[in-house]
Design a protein around this ligand. Sequence first.
Ligand SMILES: Nc1nc2c(ncn2[C@@H]2O[C@H](COP(=O)(O)OP(=O)(O)OP(=O)(O)O)[C@@H](O)[C@H]2O)c(=O)[nH]1
Ligand SMILES: [Mg+2]
Length: 394
Amino acid sequence: MALTTPKSERVHISLFGRTNAGKSSLLNRLVGQDVAIVSATPGTTTDPVQKSVEINGLGAAIYIDTPGLDDSTTLGGERMARTAKSLDSTDIAVVLFTDAESKSEYSIIDECRVREIPVIAVVAQIDRLDNPSAIAQDIELRTRLKPVLVSSATDEGIDSLLAKIVATGKSEDRLITEGFCKAGDKVLLVMPQDKAAPKGRLIQPQVQTIRELLDRGCIPICCTPERMAEALAALGKSPDLIITDSQAFEQVYSLKPEDSVLTSFSILFARYKGDITLFTEGVKALKTITEESRILIAEACTHTPQNEDIGRVKLPRILRKRFGEGLHIDIVGGMDYPEDLSEYDLVIHCGACMFNRRHVLSRIERARKQGVAITNYGVILAALSGILDRVKVE
Ligand SMILES: Nc1nc2c(ncn2[C@@H]2O[C@H](COP(=O)(O)OP(=O)(O)OP(=O)(O)O)[C@@H](O)[C@H]2O)c(=O)[nH]1
Ligand SMILES: [Mg+2]
């Protein structure tokens, strides 16, 4: 099972530090395998190395070994730009020190603080340092972080580091249905299985939601829109919560018992994967959009466009119909999300099933900093079809 956890659902743990700090050696010790090349030559790791793992007590994670920072360049240069890109999706940053004086480790920690990424400081290679405790004290004075002392040669401290990773990861845990239901609640999931649905399986958001409801002690009941009336009758009482696919919204809304709370998978996932407050705020930009406006549609993946592709076909069609054929719409895919968003009046991001939450938040933050409204597919489609005002959003 573990191998099938998508990368986007794995806790991203990145190792940062100067060249030769021992990042690749530490990665190998943490995963118990030689996955990264280790050598005494500084600059051995030139591209991030990733290793998916199952961490006891935390679950599915991915370690990312990054190219070493170089003190002469501090926060400049191409290496640093790549490191910053790694930070975009980092959930936990493990920063390796071998002394307390070099600047680049502190720069990384500062950057993590700006981005609100939890940091674990590590004094590495303690088997060959003169006074690792003194180094740790200095680092603690400067950063208020208590470093873990480790050696990849003797394995000292590796278990403490793992324990800290687990504790940090757990505190970052999020729920899809947080605040929408509690243990014992009956939750009706309305999931159309039409020809657009993949054969023989449920899509990831549905699977994840059902699993979470089971874990939370709720009672999930599934049906297609056609069987919703029967499902309600079989239940005997109103479900506490109904979660529907947006496609079936009108039908579900018309059948919904008055005392059931209603939401949609796309709202729950916009919240889980992004910032629902900013996304709902972002759709207000629709009020000021005109044919002269510029809109950016950003997709996480670079898939081959399909017929009824939401980002490339459906959304531009709806927007042009509403605001005029001359509406300027740029579409970018994968990592081509522009640094400068200031020319846009609205950014519409995809549901980001390929990205982890941190990555989406990095993109949201970029828009927010530049004063550009941002929303996502699910929220804008819900707004355009009048769903947004009729569901529980937060
Ligand atoms: N004695 C000792 N040597 C270590 C330890 N960790 C790493 N080394 C050695 O230090 C050198 C650099 O280790 P790497 O793990 O390649 O360092 P890195 O941070 O990945 O370096 P770059 O990829 O160049 O950025 C190698 O010769 C390792 O064998 C340690 O804990 N103890
Ligand atoms: Mg390396």
